[in-house]
Design a protein around this ligand. Sequence first.
Ligand SMILES: [Zn+2]
Length: 167
Amino acid sequence: MYHDVIQAEDPSRSSDGPGSSRDSEPETSEEEVRDGKKERVLHTRVPAVLERELKRFADNLRVPVSNLVRTILEDALSVADAATENVEERLKKAAHQLGKERERIKKRMEHDPLEGIVAFQQVTLAVPTVCAKCEKELARGSRANLGISEVPGGPRRFVCAECLPEA
Ligand SMILES: [Zn+2]
């Protein structure tokens, strides 16, 4: 009887109840072998706002969210000490910087849309299209530059005047 009363009044016992410290559980990790390298798979809680932002950014770049997260982390690791922050903190910081880092990260992630193009020829468009690089709409009848592919029958790509490579 006496023992029960002590337990009920002990504040440290109340933290064992439901909804206690479980919410702040650190990320768990497991190992995965990829490309012959052992990599850790991290599971972390990401705030909904951050998750949306990451998804939006990934959609925008047309890459999987996991690739984006990996790039951001690799990027962050190259400028900061890995041991000082957890993954969530790092992602939060990266998300705050997404605005200004966007272009840089984008460049790191995307492959060149003009890969395999060896020359350009100025043409007058018979059909509307978009610039393969900046995605600007190019109207029918306007001037555009047709990429000539290394491989015959390769995908047709047009670029606007601004996106033409400069010497
Ligand atoms: Zn363009």
